[in-house]
Design a protein around this ligand. Structure first.
Ligand code: MG
Length: 225
């Protein structure tokens, strides 16, 4: 609990960390966009293309998506463009007006910029989605550096990601705070040796908050004041 309290205040954060690592989707940007893409827009387009009912298209997609969950290809738009025979990047662009910061996330980043720690974006996002999201929100401008799982060759769920990140960034795990909405990713970070972790419990502004017993949680970064 004591650590959670330190993590919840910007001045507490800057006392305990030299490096603040932040996930993008569901931590800073509203996961409502990604959920819309993968639960509505892409299944609808796939159904049209293949003369399927929306429900059949959704079931088929979830089945093949489920097989790769947490793997690098799961996050790879090129993989899904090939597998579905759809231009998944173009579909993301079509809906880009739905991309938005989570409530209070932009203010949080503005305040984080004034702190002395290094600010890193650490994301499983594919470069194309990162580009589109950055065009809309300007998010990458806030960061001292951006690390994507595709560039490092491993998803964040994989120890390989953290080993590669360590080689490039030389962070001190004891002086690093990492914030993410994905429990499997937080578990991988903990296994690597990070223990100043915060779980975002409401990554999609349209859905209810879901806490997890193993991690200190906040609904959103707006709680860090
Ligand atoms: Mg996320």
């Amino acid at each position: 609990m004591q650590m959670k309290n330190k993590l919840k205040h910007m001045d507490g954060l800057s006392r305990i960390c030299d490096t603040l690592m932040l996930d993008m989707d569901g931590t800073l940007l509203d996961l409502a966009y990604d959920n819309h893409m993968w639960m509505e827009h892409i299944p609808t387009e796939y159904a049209k293309r293949n003369n399927l009912s929306p429900q059949d298209a959704r079931e088929h997609l979830y089945k093949i998506l489920g097989r790769l969950e947490g793997k690098l290809d799961w996050y790879c738009l090129d993989h899904w463009s090939d597998a579905l025979d759809l231009d998944v990047v173009a579909l993301h662009r079509e809906q880009k007006e739905r991309i938005a910061f989570l409530p209070g996330a932009k203010l949080f980043l503005d305040n984080a910029l004034d702190q002395s720690f290094r600010l890193l974006l650490v994301t499983n996002s594919h470069q194309e989605t990162l580009n589109i999201k950055s065009e809309v929100t300007g998010i990458v401008e806030y960061f001292d550096d951006v690390y994507t799982s595709h560039a490092l060759g491993y998803a964040k769920e994989d120890q390989g990601f953290w080993n590669q990140l360590q080689k490039q960034e030389m962070f001190d795990p004891d002086r690093t705070v990492f914030i993410d909405d994905n429990v499997a990713v937080l578990q991988a970070a903990r296994k690597y040796g990070l223990d100043q972790l915060l779980h975002i419990t409401q990554p999609d502004s349209r859905k209810a908050s879901q806490e997890h017993d193993d991690f200190a949680g906040i609904k959103g970064v707006s709680e860090i004041t």
